[in-house]
Design a protein around this ligand. Structure first.
Ligand code: NOJ
Length: 480
């Protein structure tokens, strides 16, 4: 494979080393790669139901029924991870595969075996598992009971977490409870475009937000009380961030609010005071009152709940792909996606014309990652941060993926600068994704893989791209 290095802009950080303990990984998620949607006793998730009932909502009408067939090809995936020299592999557990009833009264033997095999196989090859408990595939039967908008979610998720910690906690030392609350609640309920396909902007999204925070904290506290002494692992949550900069100087205040909004799922956990970011909470309460609601559409935390959620993370998981400029809404929208509350804040999120546009929403702006890492530290102190996702997608199947290499190099350089120049406590970086996979509403049309997957091949053959070789090189030298 020939890599067109000459076509790349050489980084000013070339040769600069990442700290010795810094770890490199790659990520996937259960619904996006596993397939085997109905084998053995696995029950349906909301994504099974959504894709089967609404194929027109998916760009190519596809589903994750087979996906990368990682349920059967997990050994190949481990080999690919090993060939790249990954220190860790981030994957998620499918809740309805492990608990076919959604509830903890029945644990699937096949589901348990599958995740045991994967975890043991990784460890046997010197790769640490970083496991996400919830990457969007809620058991359908729990959705039928209200899903994320039912306050019993905390109880259900707590019980599921306890099962996972009990079965795998001896070997899994880094856990993430929820992947991207802003997608689970904001993107979901503010558009209705993704599973479970319910449109409830400014209401369902906020009810979900509170329940998710309570469910996360319940899971963390279970680990703390019942498992930490034995297993000494870490539990955190993965937030998706977009770097927000003002469109022009008159929008500095609005940009501050947009950034606070971006911390809606972080403030309750990582801030000293806990609870929703006060500025955002105030605006939503005011809007709600003006609209005649007797209480705020964003459910309040009680004083006891604030304490319960506060401090429930051992690290800060950050996904970041892109940046936006903030200005007041004037209907010329180029949205990333609605976050929770951008309707309440009356924001437009735009790309700077000088930023290169990748596929769809993925506008390239490497300095954004350094700026956001600094902002997190400014806001919440010297918390350990793991970049849990960053990556680039294309519509083509190309193996010589020069643009992806350039993207990775430039973003990694900014992460390195955040560490070496700014002293931000970043301990790991995760490329999304190990494999091309089912990219939600884009189906298989948007390819994020360091490794190409041939989805027309019944064997789902995998071929490493040039970017896999580049990443392996970065890992081997521990530098750019
Ligand atoms: C965020 C999500 O966690 C992941 O599932 C998705 O595929 C990537 N970003 C790319 O959109």
């Amino acid at each position: 494979m020939v890599m067109k290095i000459s076509a790349l802009t050489l980084s000013s950080c070339s040769g600069k080393k990442f700290p010795p303990d810094f770890k490199f990984g790659a990520a996937t998620a259960a619904y996006q790669v596993e397939g085997a949607w109905n084998v053995s006793d696995k029950a349906a998730s909301i994504w099974d139901t959504f894709t089967h009932n609404n194929p027109t909502m998916i760009a190519d009408g596809s589903s994750g029924d087979v996906a990368c067939d990682s349920y059967n090809l997990w050994e190949t995936d481990i080999q690919l991870a090993k060939d790249m020299g990954l220190h860790f592999y981030r994957f998620s557990i499918s809740w309805p595969r492990l608990l076919p009833n959604g509830f903890a009264n029945k644990i699937s033997e096949d589901g348990t075996r599958y995740y045991n095999n994967l975890i043991d196989g990784l460890l046997a090859n010197g790769i640490e598992p970083l496991v996400t408990l919830y990457h969007w595939d809620l058991p359908q039967n729990l959705q039928d009971l209200g899903g994320m908008t039912n306050p019993l979610l905390a109880e259900w998720f707590g019980a599921y977490s306890r099962v996972a910690f009990t079965l795998f906690g001896d070997r899994v030392k880094t856990w993430a409870t929820f992947n991207e609350p802003v997608s689970i609640c904001g993107l979901t309920y503010e558009t209705g475009y993704i599973a479970p396909g319910i449109y409830s902007p400014g209401i369902g999204s906020y009810i979900c937000a509170k329940n998710l925070m309570m469910a996360h904290a319940t899971s963390y506290r279970i680990y703390d009380k019942e498992f930490r002494a034995k297993y000494n692992g870490k539990v955190g949550i993965v937030n998706n961030h977009v770097w927000y900069a003002p469109y022009s100087s008159e929008y500095e205040d609005l940009t501050y609010l947009a950034r606070q909004l971006g911390f809606i799922y972080s403030h309750p956990i990582y801030s000293k005071t806990g609870g929703w970011p006060p500025s955002v909470e105030g605006i939503i309460a005011k809007n709600s009152e003006e609209e005649g609601y007797p209480t705020s559409r964003l459910p309040k935390f009680t004083a006891e709940e604030i304490e319960f959620v506060k401090g429930t993370a051992d690290y800060y998981g950050m996904n970041l792909y892109t940046s936006r400029l903030v200005r007041e809404a004037n209907n010329s929208t180029f949205f990333l996606w609605p976050t929770n509350g951008d309707l309440d804040l009356n924001l437009d999120l735009l790309a700077d014309p000088s930023w290169e546009v990748g596929l769809d929403w993925l506008v390239i702006h490497p300095p954004g990652i350094r700026a956001q890492l600094n902002l997190i530290r400014e806001e919440f102190g010297d918390v350990e941060i793991i970049v849990t996702e960053n990556g680039f997608s294309t519509s083509s199947d190309e193996l010589d993926d020069v643009t992806r290499i350039q993207y990775l190099r430039d973003y990694l350089e900014q992460v390195l600068l955040a560490i070496t120049e700014d002293g931000v406590n970043v301990t790991g970086y995760t490329a999304w994704s190990l494999l091309d996979n089912f990219e939600w509403n884009s189906g298989y049309t948007s390819k994020f893989g360091l490794v190409r997957v041939n989805f027309t091949d019944p064997f789902r053959s995998r071929t490493p791209r040039a970017s896999a070789e580049y990443y392996a090189d970065v890992i081997r030298h521990h530098s750019l």
